[in-house]
Design a protein around this ligand. Structure first.
Ligand SMILES: *Cc1c(COP(=O)(O)O)cnc(C)c1O
Length: 211
């Protein structure tokens, strides 16, 4: 069930972020309640589930964000149905998007900010090379950087993780004279993400939690 109190609290804490409601844990009741509450941006991390929901809500104005790891072989069947990709993290994926997408797709480069070998995302040292290789791709519009902080209650660690994205933004804003966006902040750490300059929050469980 949608927790309206949590949704309202979240909205009151936001300043100008885009709230992406992550619906991977929930179904139609929650999606419909979120639409009722004026939410327009939704996020999914699995291709099959995304496609089901995309089709079901094709008569609505939902803006779909694909936020999870994307296998290259699945790009063809979904890439033209999304408005934004948050997990661009390797050349093979970039090439496949370039080949299959019809019009330029806003993409976030995913960075492994927790520096955890078990997590997806580019190492921060590799971002410069990757960015420069894909920056002239016609179908990829690099809008910014995405990352997931370590799942911990230790604020110092979360801040250190998000700082990697903040620093990348500063560096690339200067290099390319444009303002990059930051997709950071989940249920556990959205407060810190807002404070540190997130432009896109990806929130799931907090929206559905019971009191
Ligand atoms: C599930 C997921 C989220 C939302 O996580 P919550 O902790 O439930 O808010 C955000 N981003 C990605 C990439 C996810 O897979």
């Amino acid at each position: 069930m949608l927790n309206i109190k949590h949704l309202n609290k979240l909205k009151s804490q936001m300043n100008h972020q885009t709230l992406i409601a992550v619906t991977k844990y929930v179904g139609d009741d929650e999606i419909e309640a979120l639409i009722q509450e004026g939410i327009t941006d939704f996020g999914e991390n699995r291709v099959n589930v995304f496609q089901e929901k995309y089709q079901k809500y094709s008569n609505t104005e939902i803006t779909w964000h694909f936020i999870g790891h994307l296998q290259s072989k699945k790009v063809k069947k979904m890439i033209n149905d999304i408005a934004c990709l948050h997990a661009l993290d390797r050349m093979s994926l970039a090439k496949e998007v370039e080949k299959r997408r019809i019009d330029p797709l806003p993409c976030f480069i995913e960075v492994n900010i927790a520096n955890d070998p078990n997590k997806y995302g580019l190492k921060k040292e590799k971002v410069f090379e990757f960015y420069n290789k894909i920056k002239d791709y016609d179908k990829i519009d690099i809008v910014g950087f995405m990352g997931m902080a370590e799942h911990t209650d230790d604020e110092v660690i979360i801040r250190k993780n998000f700082q990697v994205l903040v620093d990348l933004k500063a560096e690339f804003d200067e290099l390319y004279s444009k303002s990059h966006k930051l997709s950071m902040g989940m249920s556990n750490d959205y407060n810190i993400a807002i404070e540190m300059g997130a432009t896109h929050l990806r929130i799931g469980s907090y929206l559905y939690e019971e009191e």
